[in-house]
Design a protein around this ligand. Structure first.
Ligand code: S3P
Length: 433
């Protein structure tokens, strides 16, 4: 796709449902008794992969997405079969590009009375799975990496699990959630301690489904469950999708953008904190609550920004937003340093290498470091051809950079935004003046 500079951005946008919350709603809905109704479910390829996997295990999911003109009105109905109601799939489970499906579902599969093989696309087959194989094996699951490289495909032989305490070396909600989901089936409580608190959507949704979950500092503890009760879940808008419009509204002059109904869970709102620290004019309006998840409308106005340092405990709260924050830093005065973010290397692409390479092509002053990058803002950017590496967050980040880039920017494999935001380009062009 080809992108050109714009003069200003104006108007309202409603971003699609949160990806993390949508995955969890399908999974817990499948394990509950009764029908779980999910509104504002994200109709992105990753969440559709989760639906497809649970359908293969005998779960009936009603998803009339095609007939609805307004996706946020669509209701997805999951007819749960209870905690012990999943059936052996008759073929391999394919998670597509979705790391969340792979890792969270592995926690559930570890406790089933059947064996299963799980795999995904070429990106998934390179992403580290030892991080879940280790704790789930400690609980008693028998998991092997088919190619012996600690990556997918994984062969999972489910069985009886024991409760463990796991000291996770990484702050990862996917690792934490895999253990907590397996913990529903264990003989005793299971807990996970992380170096920093990662997103807590699993813990919040466990409470909605009546599961006994306790949190204290960086530790979450779940008790074995006997039954989950179906729920109505309203999915908040995804702050990771809103991030592109937040950055766009800040860097394009004379802009004012209102992003409606966005989840502002404190374990996800690092982007707002960092932008404000850099001098951003951002206001939260209509703060409310959706099933324990706080939401707000976010009003963004063009701002003069100054570089900052982003490190430590804030990193897990903005990990998926770091590519677009790197774009933002190119338009701030002075230096921005991103540290403690080695996790960026094991996302859908190596986001340190891919961001630094692509921003350099546009003429930005940026260097990669061992655990992040250093950006000296203020250079004028010029058009170039960008490889998205089939990473949705890279494609969207460069669509935002292109709004302020002299000349044309071409983004290859731009359609990969389907993973988390199928209407991204039309929503963006709807704001452009
Ligand atoms: C996710 C957790 C994050 C995030 C991913 C979604 C989740 O991964 O990057 O896009 O839904 O739990 P880690 O927690 O493994 O960093």
């Amino acid at each position: 796709m080809i992108f050109k500079k714009v003069n200003s951005l104006h108007g309202e946008v409603t971003v699609p449902g949160d990806k993390s919350v949508s995955h969890r709603a399908i999974m817990l809905g499948s394990l509950a008794e009764g029908t779980t109704e999910i509104t504002n479910f994200l109709q992105g390829a990753d969440c559709l992969s989760t639906i497809a996997c649970f359908e293969k295990m005998g779960i009936h999911v009603e998803n009339n997405k095609v007939s609805s003109s307004n996706p946020s009105d669509t209701v997805v109905r999951v007819k749960g079969n209870g905690l012990r109601g999943l059936k052996a799939p008759n073929s391999i489970l394919d998670v597509g590009n979705s790391g969340t499906t792979m890792r969270l579902m592995s926690g559930i599969l570890s406790a089933q009375n059947f064996d299963v093989t799980v795999t995904g696309d070429s990106s998934i087959q390179k992403r580290p799975m030892k991080r879940i194989i280790t704790p789930l094996s400690m609980m008693g699951a028998n998991i092997t990496s088919v190619n012996n490289n600690d990556c997918a495909p994984l062969n999972i032989v489910g069985g009886k699990l024991k409760g463990i305490h796991y000291d996770s070396p990484v702050a990862s909600a996917q690792v934490k959630s895999a253990v907590l989901l397996a913990g529903l089936y264990a003989d005793n409580p299971s807990s996970v301690t992380e170096p920093y608190v990662s997103r807590n959507h699993t813990e919040l949704m466990f409470r909605q489904f009546g599961i006994d979950i306790k949190t204290s500092g960086t530790t979450a503890t779940v008790s074995p469950a006997t039954r989950l009760t179906a729920k109505k879940i309203m999915v908040p808008g995804d702050i990771s999708s809103a991030a592109y419009f937040i950055v766009a509204g800040l860097i394009v002059p004379n802009s004012e953008v209102l992003i409606k109904n966005v989840g502002i869970n404190p374990t996800r709102d690092g982007i707002i904190k960092v932008c404000k620290q850099m001098g951003a004019n951002i206001t939260l309006q209509n703060i409310s609550d959706k099933n324990g998840e706080p939401t707000a409308d976010i009003l963004v106005k063009s701002s003069e920004l100054t570089g900052t340092t982003i490190e430590g405990s804030i990193i897990p709260t903005l990990i998926d937003e770091l590519p677009v924050i790197a774009v933002l830093a190119c338009f701030a005065k002075g230096q921005t340093i991103i540290k403690d973010a080695t996790e960026l290397k094991v996302k859908e692409s190596n986001r340190i290498d891919v961001m630094v390479h692509n921003l350099s092509l546009l003429g930005a002053d940026v260097i990669a470091t061992e655990d992040g990058m250093i950006i000296n803002g203020g250079r004028e950017l010029h058009g170039a051809t960008i490889e998205s590496k089939i990473d949705h967050r890279i494609a969207m980040s460069f669509a935002i950079a292109s709004l302020m880039t002299e000349g044309e920017t071409e983004i290859k494999q731009a359609e990969c935004v389907d993973i988390s935001y199928p209407n991204f380009y039309s929503d963006l062009s709807g704001l452009a003046m």
